[in-house]
Ligand binder design. Structure first.
Ligand SMILES: Cc1cc2nc3c(=O)[nH]c(=O)nc-3n(C[C@H](O)[C@H](O)[C@H](O)COP(=O)(O)OP(=O)(O)OC[C@H]3O[C@@H](n4cnc5c(N)ncnc54)[C@H](O)[C@@H]3O)c2cc1C
Length: 324
C-alpha cells in the first residue's frame, strides 16, 4: 500500500497552490482531478478572460495563471492522477481511503479543493456518439499534434470552440466549425481571425448523426429549421459544448451542504484528517475568490501536516529562508 502524506482532490487554482505549498513542506503529495488538465475553472470555463484581482498581477489571463501555477509545481515530484473522479472517502484508523471511479488511493490526510464539483463535458446527445468516444470523437484536446494532417470538425459556438478551430487550422488538413446558430459567442477579434482563416464555417448546422466503420468517418448534418441535410467526412470531431458540475458528497462521511463544506478556521472539515480550501469551504463571511483560495491553501496544508505529526509546526519557515 503506497500511502501519501497529503492527497489533494481538485486541481483548480486552490488545489494547485495547496500542492505547491505541500511540496515546500516536503510532503509526499498526490493530486486527483476528473479533468485531463490542471486549472479547474481557469482552464475549463474562461481560459481567455483577463483576471484583475490576483495580487501582484495588474491583469493576467486565466489560462496563463493556470500555466504559472503548473510551472511552480514542476519544482516537485508530485503524483498526478487526472481523468479520475473521487466518489467517496473511507476511513481506516490513521489512513484515509480515497475511492475513485478507477482505484483506491491511500493518504494520511486529504485536502478537498473541489470548487463547485467535478467537471464533466456536455456530451453529444446521439446514440452512436459513445461508440466513437476516443475513437474519433474527443471532448478534450491534450495533444494538438494528434490532429496533424487530419480532417477535423469542431462543434460549438463559444470562445473555446472558435479558439480550437483557429489553433488547429495550421496543423490539420481541413478544419470545419459547426454551430447550431448563425452567430458565435466569441471575442470579436477571434471572429475576425476566423473570417480571414481557411476554417470552413458551417452555421446554422446541427449534428444529427455520426457514422464510421472502425472509427469516426462521417458527420450527418442538418441545416437548423430546415430539411436540408449534408454529410461531412472527418477523421475527428472535437465537441466543445461546455461543462456541467457534479457535487455529490453523500458518501464522503463529512458534514456538507449544497453550498459546500463547513470548515473551522484551520480549514478542517467535520472529519479528522480532512481539510479543505478554495470555493468548496464554507464559513461566516466566506468570499469565493481565487485570492481567498490561495490564502486557505497554506492554512489547510500546514494544519494537515500538524495533524499527521504534531511535531510539524503549523507556522512554517518562510519560503525566502528555505531557498537562498
Ligand atoms: C467566468 C468566470 C470568471 C471568473 N472571474 C474571476 C475573477 O476575476 N477573480 C476571481 O478571483 N475569481 C473569478 N472566478 C471564480 C474563480 O474561478 C473560482 O473562485 C476558482 O476557480 C475556485 O478555485 P477552486 O480551486 O476552489 O475550484 P475550481 O477552479 O472549481 O476547481 C475545482 C476542481 O476540482 C475538481 N473536482 C471536483 N470534484 C471532484 C471529484 N469528486 N473528483 C475529482 N476532481 C474533482 C474539478 O474537476 C475542478 O478541476 C470566475 C469564475 C468564472 C466562472
Amino acid at each position: 500500500m503506497n500511502v501519501y502524506d497529503i492527497t489533494i482532490v481538485g486541481a483548480g487554482p486552490a488545489g494547485m497552490f495547496a500542492a505547491f505549498y505541500a511540496g515546500m513542506r516536503n510532503a509526499k503529495t498526490k493530486i486527483i482531478d476528473t479533468l485531463p488538465q490542471l486549472g479547474g475553472q481557469l482552464t475549463t470555463l474562461y481560459p481567455e478572460k483577463y483576471i484583475y484581482d490576483i495580487p501582484g498581477f495588474p491583469k493576467i489571463k486565466a489560462d496563463e495563471l493556470a500555466q504559472n501555477l503548473e510551472k511552480q509545481l514542476t519544482m516537485f515530484n508530485h503524483r498526478y492522477c487526472l481523468e479520475e473522479e473521487v466518489i467517496r472517502l473511507d476511513y481506516q484508523e490513521d489512513i484515509i481511503e480515497i475511492v475513485t471511479n478507477q482505484q483506491t488511493h491511500y493518504s494520511k490526510a486529504v485536502i478537498l479543493a473541489l470548487g463547485n464539483g467535478s467537471f464533466q463535458p456536455r456530451k453529444l446527445r446521439l446514440e452512436q456518439a459513445e461508440t466513437f468516444e476516443n475513437n474519433g470523437i474527443d471532448y478534450f484536446i491534450s495533444d494538438l499534434m494528434k490532429y496533424a494532417g487530419k480532417k477535423v470538425a469542431v462543434a460549438g459556438g463559444g470562445d473555446s470552440a472558435v479558439d480550437w478551430a483557429l489553433m488547429l487550422e495550421p496543423i490539420a488538413k481541413e478544419v470545419s466549425l459547426i454551430h447550431r446558430r448563425a452567430r458565435f459567442r466569441a471575442h470579436e477579434h477571434s471572429i475576425e481571425q476566423l473570417k480571414n482563416s481557411s476554417v470552413q464555417i458551417l452555421t446554422p448546422y446541427m449534428i444529427r448523426g455520426v457514422s464510421g466503420d472502425k472509427s469516426l468517418e462521417t458527420l450527418h448534418l442538418q441545416v437548423a429549421k430546415s430539411e436540408e441535410t449534408t454529410d461531412l467526412n472527418v477523421d475527428y470531431l472535437i465537441v466543445n459544448y461546455g461543462f456541467t458540475t457534479n457535487l455529490n458528497l453523500k458518501d464522503w462521511q463529512i458534514n456538507s451542504s449544497r453550498q459546500g463544506i463547513p470548515v473551522q478556521s484551520d480549514m478542517k472539515s467535520s472529519k479528522d484528517g480532512v481539510y479543505c480550501c478554495g470555493d468548496i469551504t464554507q464559513y461566516d463571511g466566506k468570499v469565493d475568490l481565487i485570492a481567498t483560495g490561495f490564502g486557505e491553501a497554506p492554512t489547510a496544508v500546514n494544519n494537515a501536516l500538524h495533524y499527521i505529526d504534531p511535531k510539524n509546526r503549523t507556522q512554517p519557515m518562510h519560503s525566502s529562508s528555505l531557498f537562498q
